[in-house]
Design a protein around this ligand. Structure first.
Ligand code: SF4
Ligand code: SF4
Length: 337
């Protein structure tokens, strides 16, 4: 079902359902960006559709809704512990097609990668209702078309704003009596081409790729800041922190905190051995995980081609270029054979 309502009507509706649904969407925060006088676009709770940034790509992604950067797993004291409660409301989360595919990638990691789904991820994920935002044109550094993540069918609502009206495609019966308006004829926009294109090799020898000279460039270009990981919709690694009370060391809380494979110490093992010491080795690990390793376990490659890691890298390092370099390397090896 497709309908049209005014922005004011849309705001009235989300206000009327605010006890049941929290609306989370990308918003522009002025002067908080990477460079002076630039904005940062990140996810926050909104009360009006006018707060939502539809025109530009967000720097950070909706994954923080299901994977908070810092999340308390439990509080403990003496012989007892308590798991924190969460907001009971469902979440209407505005995302682009690539990010919906990104959510599916981390679903595999947290819900299908062991005997049991991850309790903390699942309890948040079960509350998510996807609201799809279309893309009228490709953004800088995007290569979603190369990876087929430029489209999706997995959404409850599709939303498009045009000249003060909100066009809504309702796919989830839960919302049929909530969003009511005049019938409309429109389609959510999906891009069909990007300036950046990535080709992955059909097969490769990961040990041969690991020894390639191409990674050495990143030893000095990458400064191991980890921004690429934190902005990536599919990076899902975390580390643990125990926050212990100074007054009573038997009282505290355990948190999981987002981690970065590009930062020194990520692969440090007990006994002091580190398997990836050089920055280029960690770039190789991230690139191969995104284009090859994850796919060996779950099917599609992990990267969804959003280009955010390229957008935020202070050293202008591009993962799409790195992936294409790997493909060139594999082809040159195949020619030699
Ligand atoms: S383009 Fe970069 S940020 Fe986007 S999914 Fe791929 S690795 Fe992650
Ligand atoms: S690739 Fe760029 S964003 Fe990522 S750690 Fe290196 S310098 Fe930082």
């Amino acid at each position: 079902m497709k309908i049209k309502i005014t922005t004011q009507e849309f705001d009235n509706i989300i206000n009327s359902i605010k006890d049941k649904y929290k609306v989370i969407a990308p918003v522009s925060i002025p002067y908080a960006g990477q460079y002076s006088d630039t904005d940062v676009i990140r996810y926050e709770e909104v009360k009006s559709i006018n707060e939502i940034e539809f025109k530009r790509k967000s720097h950070f992604t909706a994954k923080e809704v299901v994977m908070p950067v810092t999340e308390t797993l439990f509080y403990y004291t003496e012989g007892e512990y308590k798991i924190p409660t969460i907001d009971e409301r469902k979440m209407l989360v505005f995302m682009r097609s690539c990010d919906v595919n990104g959510l599916h990638r981390i679903d595999n990691v947290y819900l299908k990668n062991g005997k049991e789904p991850d309790y903390y991820y699942k309890r948040l994920r079960d509350k998510v209702k996807i609201v799809l935002i279309g893309c009228e044109q490709s953004f800088r550094n995007c290569f979603c078309v190369s990876f087929g993540t430029n489209t999706t069918e997995d959404y409850s609502l599709g939303v498009k704003v045009n000249k003060g009206d909100v066009y809504i495609e309702i796919k989830d019966d839960e919302f049929k009596d909530i969003f009511v308006g005049e019938k409309a004829d429109f389609n959510i926009d999906f891009v069909t081409s990007n300036d950046v294109k990535v080709t992955l090799p059909e097969k490769l020898n990961p040990l041969e790729v690991a020894e390639a000279e191409l990674w050495r460039e990143y030893d000095y270009r990458c400064i191991a800041c980890g921004r690429c990981n934190l902005s990536c919709p599919t990076c899902s690694c975390y580390t643990m922190q125990d926050i212990v009370s100074r007054e009573n060391p038997r009282c505290g809380e355990r948190r999981r905190v987002g981690a970065s494979c590009q930062i020194p110490g990520f692969s440090l093992m007990a006994g002091g051995h580190d398997v990836r010491v050089r920055n280029g080795d960690r770039m190789r690990y991230r690139t191969m995980h995104k284009m090859y390793d994850y796919g060996e376990r779950f099917g599609p490659q992990m990267c969804i081609g959003c280009g955010r890691c390229d957008d935020v890298c202070p050293q202008y390092i591009s993962i799409s270029t790195a992936m294409n370099k790997v493909t060139q390397f594999v082809k040159s090896k195949q020619r030699e054979e």
